[in-house]
Design a protein around this ligand. Sequence first.
Ligand SMILES: *Cc1c(COP(=O)(O)O)cnc(C)c1O
Length: 424
Amino acid sequence: MTAAHSATLTTREECVAADASDPLAHYRDKFFIPADTIYLDGNSLGLMPKSAPERARLVIEQEWAQDHIGSWNKHGWFDRPVAIGAKIAQLLGGERGECVATDTTSINVFKALSSAIELQRATDPARKVIISERENFPTDLYITEGLISLLDRGYELRLIDSTAELETALGDDVAVALLTHVNYRTGEMWDVTAATAQVHTAGALVIWDLCHSAGAVPITLDASGADFAVGCTYKYLNGGPGSPAFIWVAEQHLRTATQPLSGWWGHAKPFDMALNYAAGDGARRFLVGTQPIISLSTMEEGLDIALSVDPAELRAKSLALTSLFIRLVESRLSHHPLTLITPRDDAARGSHVSFRHPEGYAVMQALIAHGVVGDYREPEVLRFGITPLYVGFADVWDTVETLRCVLDEELWRTPEFQQRGAVT
Ligand SMILES: *Cc1c(COP(=O)(O)O)cnc(C)c1O
């Protein structure tokens, strides 16, 4: 099923038939999906792989309980962030570079940005500008702010408002561009190869945040020439709440890149307990301290599923689903004030779709109460994550039908749907 093909689906029966012939349909069975739920929030917290509880049980009851401290060697705990990192590098087309699974994306942004700034300072210390996006996920900007103030060396943040502005923002004063591949709100996607080339032509380095793209869209880090990449594993990689993030370093920087959180896990010989820090090889030096082995292990279950999927097939299904969703909403709900903020152009769209609606928050609460779990983002944005591994064509049809009910019958007016929780 391709995006062009999905344009022929006009009834629920046709959507059911499309699911029946979908080569990825069997992946749905690998995940726990609560009854009567259409889960469209896999871009915020992916669903649990059915194999995760067994893996958790093994790590806790066998490795921890029975083999205790011996597990650091016996069960490969010590190498786990590097071993899983290698799998992530494979998934991201970045095997010439190196990756470790560790910490959070926020912390990894700090390390990657520090590292890129330091690499630039060694060759071109006059470059003091960090480019990022006004619409970036806030933590990327907050971390940048914090690092700039910590360094206290006159660095400044230059924000761009669109992908088209990158070109003009790039000057000989720019050290690093920190860009997010797929925008968390709109779903707009950069052309990584083209943007990386633009940044390099201007003499700067680029860090790609892949939070909303790893496991959802094809990524070829080596071929694109990227310098660093970071991202989380609890979204489309279905790694579990707060599962460790990743940081990837390109081949050309493996020997020279350093980072300031020089903890013992990044040391060349941690168990020498030496007085002074000596950076370990490659991406290992991006580790800081003792790793969360249980969540690393359960995360690997989601990652292994992602690695078993043909990325071209995944992308084709994702585009077929998102374009179907856009078309059905716009054709069937045109009498409601819904405004698409996601690109229609397939090449510029990740795997989620967002519409604005003046009552967005309450509309989403009503949808959730009726079994369609998406989420809400300021301002007025209804966000629908389309995880191609467990969302089907009939799900998209049923979502639009539920949304039609909520809007036609104004179910969102119910007072309880106006109450805001701490997490939206
Ligand atoms: C989800 C997301 C994050 C999350 O960062 P954490 O440190 O895991 O909380 C960061 N950046 C982007 C672009 C995201 O989408």
